[in-house]
Design a binder for this molecule. Structure first.
Ligand code: GRG
Length: 295
């Protein structure tokens, strides 16, 4: 199966999976909490590349997907989407556009957007609890909580907000932010997939290493696209980093060196995959594809 056929096959599980695994919007007249479920669905169903759920499904497939990986794939997309909703709020990045649509707080209001993010984060763990049995569920909760918690996603966001206030953030500080904000969730995606395939500790180590390098490459490309692509293509505000004076790979190292770093991390991610069993053709192509993406 070629790359785009396989990608579409994964997406054809993910999109209906989101519809089925998110809380329903109660029919009109029903007493259920309609608005919050509408807001959760608005942001989750706004498109997006679905990189993280695709990584879950593809990693699970390497090991023969012994447990259904779809709930884990939707769980990680819930956490990712919550982080985008909160990042767009006026108290953080204050953005109007996300995934080509008005951000959640523009479409609804700030309180609803805040609650939709909270609800998506909570729902992710409910999905894991409801769909996996011990001892797998504990390992999966640990993977997701570690990536989403204060040591990584939230801690990286905190450091990013602090770094925005100073003009002299260092390369080491920037790498910490990117590893925490971006790579941790990508590592967790591959690891959750591995858990669904009953991966060994060594296999999980290789998946973590692949996620580390893919995460850094992905973020470096994100910085390059912010500097070089337009808002219509990205579906989010382009050129924002330079406008706000934010320290990025491009600002610290220039476009040429950033492209070289992205290539090196892409190659290192593919090399980590070589330590794993199964057919790595799709995952390798996905990693390569992410490094040449235009949005
Ligand atoms: C609010 C806890 C909290 C964290 C916010 C996600 C995030 C952290 C900030 C958004 C800005 C940013 C550049 C984050 C780095 C990760 C990243 C590149 C997110 C965008 O992911 P994509 O490109 O988005 O996969 P889609 O919309 O395609 O899913």
């Amino acid at each position: 199966m070629d790359f785009s056929t396989k990608l579409n096959a994964h997406l054809a599980r993910i999109e209906p999976g989101i519809d089925q695994l998110l809380p329903p919007v109660a029919a009109s007249g029903h007493a259920g909490p309609r608005r919050i479920h509408e807001a959760m669905r608005y942001s989750m169903q706004a498109g997006g590349k679905r990189l993280r759920p695709v990584l879950v499904l593809a990693a699970a497939e390497l090991f023969g997907e012994k447990s259904n990986a779809l709930p884990a794939a939707i769980a990680i997309e819930c956490v990712h989407t919550y982080s985008l909703i909160h990042d767009d709020l006026p108290c953080m990045d204050n953005d109007d556009l996300r995934r080509g649509r008005p951000t959640a707080h523009k479409k609804f209001d700030e309180a609803t957007a805040l609650l939709a993010g909270d609800a998506l984060l909570t729902h992710a763990f409910a999905l894991l609890a409801e769909n996996y049995a011990p001892p797998l569920v504990a390992e999966m909760v640990r993977e997701l909580a570690t990536a989403a918690g204060s040591a990584h996603l939230i801690g990286g966001q905190m450091e990013d907000l602090l770094a925005e206030k100073k003009a002299d953030a260092t390369a080491a500080e920037l790498e910490f932010i990117h590893l925490s904000k971006t790579a941790a969730m990508i590592k967790a995606s591959l690891a959750l997939g591995g858990c669904c395939g009953s991966a060994t500790k060594n296999n999980l180590g290789a998946l973590h290493d692949a996620g580390h390098h893919l995460g850094l490459a992905f973020q470096i490309i994100d910085d390059i696209l912010d500097a070089t692509a337009d808002t219509a293509t990205l579906g989010k505000t382009a050129g924002k980093d330079a406008k706000t004076g934010k320290t990025t790979f491009v600002k610290l190292h220039g476009l040429g060196a950033s492209r070289r770093f992205a290539r090196e991390h892409t190659d290192a991610a593919c090399a980590s995959l070589d330590r794993l069993p199964g057919d790595k053709t799709f995952l390798t192509a996905l990693i390569q594809n992410m490094s040449s993406r235009s949005k």
